[in-house]
Design a protein around this ligand. Structure first.
Ligand code: UDP
Length: 250
């Protein structure tokens, strides 16, 4: 698969359809330990730039999709355009539809207590043949006995797909640390706040905002406390112009 380096993060140059086809191939093949999908936006790339120890973690995924208009803009500024924004939540839902159709089971890990169950109920309503093998909230100690008991619960449920929704970069760290302990699972998706959306607690932006590349603005209006995190976006774009003038390095 073609990858394009955007400020040090190795994005796969795929459309949503191509990413969904990769997921279908992954689920159809035998696997020793799960393959992984990370969905960084410009905030995460900026995090890597400011704290470079995160590069190895973010680049460790098998499929890295550009989940943000800022990354797409940066790819154009740098003269190596990515095909399109691929929203993690949309790939996550395509995977649910495929699982329902082909009989793969899924497990939802993350969000506040009760949310994963609510998301499972809503998604089973939408995809009646979907098998949700289990759910667990995301507020547990990510090491020691508590972590072991979460891993045991997941192994006992034996899902094909594990949705890990613990926020960035906790979810990526958790997946990297526990990948081998999850033998039997075929795919781990790091999907941030997706369970909150599927549970119906958080709304995605209206389609027009998404089309105009203004989903970030809608989110900011709904959740003004995100302003600090979102200031990473202009910083990232200014830095990208500077990198372009310097000759492309991060
Ligand atoms: N979360 C969690 N465990 C934690 C901290 C956060 O499960 O210890 C959940 C939180 O409830 C929310 C998700 O992680 O459902 C992060 O959502 P956000 O929209 O902030 O996603 P991000 O932008 O970080 O991907």
């Amino acid at each position: 698969m073609e990858t394009i380096n955007i400020r040090g993060v190795r994005f796969c140059n795929v459309t949503l359809d191509e990413a969904a086809a990769w997921v279908a191939d992954t689920l159809a093949a035998p696997a020793k330990c799960p393959r992984t999908v990370f969905t960084p936006n410009s905030e995460i790339v900026q995090l890597c730039i400011e704290a470079p120890e995160h590069y190895a973690l973010i680049n460790s995924a098998d499929l890295i999709i550009p989940d943000g208009i800022g990354v797409i803009k940066a790819s154009r500024i740098l003269g190596t355009p990515l095909k399109e924004k691929v929203a993690g939540i949309e790939l996550g839902e395509r995977t649910l539809a495929l699982a329902a159709e082909q009989g793969y089971s899924v497990y939802f890990l993350g969000a506040k207590p009760g949310v994963a169950e609510q998301a499972a109920a809503k998604m089973k309503e939408k995809y009646p043949t979907l098998t949700v093998a289990g759910t667990h909230d995301g507020y547990f100690k990510k090491e020691g006995n508590e972590n072991e008991s979460v891993l045991s619960a997941i192994r006992a449920a034996a899902p094909d797909v594990l949705y890990v929704c613990l926020g960035v970069p906790a979810q990526e760290k958790w997946i990297a640390a526990n990948r081998e302990a999850l033998a039997g699972v075929k795919l781990c998706l790091a999907l941030g706040g997706s369970l909150d959306v599927w549970a119906g607690n958080v709304k995605r932006a209206p389609k027009l905002f998404i089309k105009l590349g203004l989903e970030w603005f809608y989110r900011l209006c709904k959740e003004p406390r995100r302003i600090g995190r979102m200031m990473k976006l202009p910083k990232f774009l200014f830095g990208t112009y500077a990198a372009k003038w310097r000759g492309g390095e991060a």
